[in-house]
Design a protein. Structure first.
Length: 369
């Protein structure tokens, strides 16, 4: 484009004028880009909310049929001669996510699992191959782009540890472990104590009168007071599932009647990040649940140490058993009555713990979260 000068001849824009125009355009783009990104994240967060609502409907359909909440996994751990859980001798079945698939209109995937087999049954991986590699989008949060295909590597520093060795992919696609962004809640049972000892969040004995307790016996919702091992089980089988999930000792599933704190005040399912949790497998029992003693969105993305490390920011520490998301400022949670709430990462920890227990007797006002 050109214009006339004082002598009537045409000349183009000067370099300075062009630079000014380019600078103005760059400023406009810089102003618009955050708004576009915020709009996209709002859409992703809305889709995540919808995913959780669908899971809530499926769980309540399950309750209508079975009169109890879906259990965390489908079979009980093997026992010793005294009837106590037998250490690491698993009789692992499928997680709750597989059990509600008929209620998500995923009957084809559900029927592809052989329910007579367990994770550690010979040949289970080949029998489950088709269902194993079928990605169900409702179990993935669109804000988490770290696993766009829903499959992670098997037993690597950034991957997922499953009890079952993954089968070959029947379609020839990626080999690995299917993962999820949604975990059932074991509430305010201990997530770290007594597995790794003292930590910044959970309170252990001696308890001080008048000081609110954070965390209760029965780590990860089990009936265990102590860590793994037969000797500990023989004398310490006194924990109690305070949320909805028992990681491995399979207490009785929760019923609607057992939620005396109110279904609208109790967390059922929340978000997690496979990149920050090596036990995020979709179908196995090791990835069934997280708890409310760890702050929301606490970062555990380092790969330092091994399982049980006290480097709390490591994905191999038991701090990874907390709820988290990539939504700015908090995470989405499905409550037991089916409604979804975005809880801020700054939520008072005592309130957060109270929302995790289904029968703790705490009083939580609606404006507290």
């Amino acid at each position: 484009m050109s214009r006339l000068d004082s002598q009537g001849t045409r000349r183009g824009f000067t370099l300075i004028e062009l630079l000014v125009v380019i600078a103005i355009i760059a400023v406009l783009i810089a102003l618009l880009l955050p708004a576009v990104q915020a709009a996209r994240e709002a859409a992703r967060r809305a889709q995540c909310t919808n995913n959780l609502k669908q899971l809530g409907l499926a769980v309540h359909n399950y309750i209508s049929t079975n009169n109890v909440f879906v259990p965390s996994f489908s079979s009980q751990q093997a026992t010793n001669a005294q009837g106590k859980p037998d250490g690491w001798a698993w009789d692992g079945g499928l997680s709750w996510r597989a059990m509600i698939m008929p209620d998500l209109e995923q009957n084809t995937v559900y029927n592809a699992f052989n329910m007579m087999l367990k994770e550690d049954s010979p040949g289970a991986n080949l029998a489950w191959a088709t269902a194993w590699y079928t990605v169900i989008s409702v179990y993935l949060c669109p804000s988490d782009g770290s696993v766009p295909g829903g499959i992670t590597s098997f037993q690597t520093a950034q991957g997922t540890y499953s009890i079952m060795t993954p089968p070959p992919n029947p379609s020839g696609g990626q080999y690995g472990v299917p993962v999820t962004n949604y975990y059932m809640s074991f509430g305010d049972n201990y997530a770290i104590l007594p597995l790794s000892g003292a930590n910044p969040w959970e309170t252990g004995p001696p308890f001080v009168p008048g000081v609110p307790r954070r965390g209760y016996d029965g780590f990860w919702g089990t009936s265990n007071l102590s860590t793994y091992g037969l000797g500990a089980y023989a004398i310490a089988d006194q924990g109690q599932m305070r949320g909805f999930s028992d990681y491995r000792t399979r207490g009785a599933p929760a019923s609607i009647q057992s939620v005396t704190d109110g279904t609208s005040n109790t967390i059922l399912i929340g978000e997690g990040l496979p990149a920050q949790d090596p036990n995020s497998e979709m179908y196995g029992h090791t990835g069934v649940a997280s708890g409310t003693t760890i702050p929301i969105n606490f970062y555990t993305g380092l790969t330092t140490g091994g399982f049980g490390t006290t480097v709390w920011q490591s994905r191999f520490s038991y701090a990874s058993r907390g709820f988290k998301s990539l939504h700015p400022g908090g995470a989405n949670f499905l409550f037991a009555d089916g409604h979804v709430v975005f809880l801020k990462a700054s939520l008072n920890p005592i309130t957060y713990n109270a929302l995790g227990s289904r029968a703790g007797g705490e009083v939580v006002s609606s404006d507290a979260y």
